[in-house]
Design a protein around this ligand. Structure first.
Ligand SMILES: CC(C)(COP(=O)(O)OP(=O)(O)OC[C@H]1O[C@@H](n2cnc3c(N)ncnc32)[C@H](O)[C@@H]1OP(=O)(O)O)[C@@H](O)C(=O)NCCC(=O)NCCS
Length: 175
């Protein structure tokens, strides 16, 4: 669903269970083979939050629209890559999406920086992520925010009729 460009951004906040439907809608509206490796969601839609994707792993950026309405402009998910104790110093960005109507206004950058603060608060020393090779917008964002390419799985996914690289990026949290 589109909406007027937003007027201001609220401070990033932790997600709550009540965000379920708005974040599910945002997620479906932004689906594309540029970033998604799952097929396009079809009704009946599954829940946005579940046992493996609890609200506690998500941060939300709310925007105040031109009409004064407050609605989520984007979210980021920060999760442990594995449950191993020897891997506990690493957190991974496992989801980032900004609504079409809120793009190129710094929402993703704000969410990323909030995730750095949250990851530090949780005791992590390193942040990693995976991004598709053809997702130039996200790759530019991550590079601008201090992530370096640490590995590439060539042609890892077949999406939209093409083989696409899986790019692994990482960043220390000491920066
Ligand atoms: C990638 C995405 C999260 C960017 O969100 P955004 O709020 O528009 O990004 P920002 O406004 O914070 O942009 C910050 C920087 O990222 C880069 N960037 C963002 N969008 C870009 C684009 N379309 N083309 C090139 N660079 C882009 C720029 O360096 C930008 O800085 P600038 O505006 O000063 O030039 C958004 O396009 C999106 O939700 N895409 C679909 C989901 C997705 O790809 N998620 C990432 C999965 S790994």
């Amino acid at each position: 669903m589109s909406a007027p460009r937003f007027r201001s951004l609220r401070p990033v906040r932790p997600a709550v269970p009540e965000d379920q439907s708005a974040l599910g809608e945002l997620d479906r509206a932004t689906w594309s083979t540029l970033h998604a490796v799952q097929p396009r969601p079809q009704p009946p839609y599954g829940p946005f939050f579940d046992d493996r994707h609890p609200p506690a792993e998500f941060l939300v950026a709310d925007a105040v629209t031109g009409t004064g309405e407050v609605r989520p402009a984007g979210y980021i998910r920060l999760a442990r890559p594995t449950p191993l104790a020897c891997n506990a110093h690493v957190l991974q960005i496992q989801g980032l999406a900004v609504a079409d109507w809120a793009r190129r206004r710094g929402v993703a950058r704000t969410l990323l920086r909030a995730s750095f603060a949250e990851a530090r608060r949780l005791g992590a020393g390193r942040l990693t992520l995976r991004v598709l090779g053809h997702n130039t917008a996200a790759r530019a964002l991550y590079a601008a925010e201090g992530f370096a390419v640490e590995g590439v799985l060539p042609g890892e996914f077949f999406l939209g009729g093409r083989y696409v690289d899986d790019v692994l990026m990482g960043r220390p949290l000491t920066l």
